[in-house]
Design a protein around this ligand. Structure first.
Ligand code: GAL
Length: 326
């Protein structure tokens, strides 16, 4: 009898622990612990969904890493709230002639069904941001180890901040910021190992480029060029990726500087009742990068309008697609 009671007590304690760890809400701007309790390190990130699992890749900026390397982290989740650290899927020394203070930012991973490979693009640069290239690394599985392949300027153009867009028909695009000409949305080759065609070059200087296809319109978001400092992010719409694109308008009251954040991606969740588009942004802390935060909020979107509401805790039901504030 005593044993049974002890057993029940242990079991209940176990259940309490398991459920206590499960998070129900997204709290924009707060520390976001992964399932092991460590603040998620996936800055300037990108997300892909493989079957039921979301994979979030980003800049790994933890303290105490070996500074000889640059790291890309990977997390996985089935609910977009509870994330498991899957490891640093890229750990890279400076490629060929790059100096040791080179920069790797904004990694994005695409899964290519034809080759069954995961292809990572990232912004590769020198400390003064003059190299302006993308780097590519590949892997046979989503969680590493990715192997570096090459670096280049897409379509021969300067490329700094990059963004990822996968259309409803599965076609894959890279968004990149080219200072002389503007904001490119360019198609990847069949094997995703190259950039083959500009769909459009929007004559605006936008970083943190992100795109979503929603109710027949393309919405693109970008931020102005103010480095780590937040600015009023803007959006434009077009009936097709080729344009014509409207003028850019603020996504939030300009004085809030996008609530202190910068766009990195838009995630579309299609549920049985609703389609929700999530703004995924970074709140950078340049002097303590490991403590940089994430601002994720469901957008008010439709009929050519897009608004980032004031950040507040919220949750999402992936089955129905409904996002609710608290
Ligand atoms: C931001 C950019 C970041 C990083 C930073 C450096 O504008 O979005 O990814 O490059 O500048 O100052």
């Amino acid at each position: 009898m005593k044993k049974r009671i002890l057993g029940i007590l242990f079991f209940s304690a176990f259940i309490v622990c398991v459920f206590a760890q499960k998070r129900e809400i997204i709290q924009p701007g707060e520390i976001w612990p992964d399932v092991d309790g460590n603040h998620i390190q996936a800055h300037g990130g990108g997300i892909i969904k493989i079957k039921k699992t979301y994979f979030w890749y980003g800049e790994q900026r933890s303290q105490g890493l070996d500074s000889k390397y640059r790291y890309v982290s990977c997390y996985s989740s089935e609910d977009l709230i509870n994330w498991k650290f899957r490891g640093n899927v890229l750990k890279m020394l400076p490629p060929d002639s790059m100096a040791s203070n080179w920069i790797l930012e904004r990694p994005k991973v695409y899964y290519n069904q034809k080759t069954n490979k995961y292809v990572m693009y990232f912004h590769l640069d020198d400390a003064k941001y003059r190299t302006a290239q993308v780097g590519i690394a590949v892997c046979n599985k989503p969680d590493g180890d990715f192997k570096y392949v090459r670096r280049f300027r897409p379509l021969g153009c300067q490329s700094r901040d990059i963004g990822q867009f996968i259309d409803d028909d599965g076609s894959a695009y890279l968004v990149f910021e080219d200072r002389p000409t503007g904001f490119h949305i360019a198609k990847l080759s069949d094997d995703y190992m190259d950039i083959v065609k500009d769909m459009t070059i929007v004559k605006a200087h936008m970083e943190g480029g992100a795109i979503v296809h929603y109710e027949g319109l393309y919405y693109s978001i970008g931020s102005e060029l103010t480095g780590w400092r937040a600015n009023p992010n803007k959006y434009a719409t077009a009936p097709s990726l080729e344009g014509p694109w409207t003028e850019f308008k603020d996504i939030a009251p300009a004085a809030t500087n996008t609530y202190g954040s910068q766009s990195t991606m838009l995630i579309k969740v299609v549920g049985s009742k609703k389609t929700t588009v999530i703004f995924m942004g970074d709140q950078w802390r340049p002097k303590t990068q490991w403590d940089s935060r994430y601002l994720w909020m469901p957008l008010e979107i439709g009929n050519g309008k897009l608004i980032l509401p004031q950040p507040n805790p919220w949750k999402i039901n992936l089955k129905t697609g409904e996002a609710t504030g608290l």
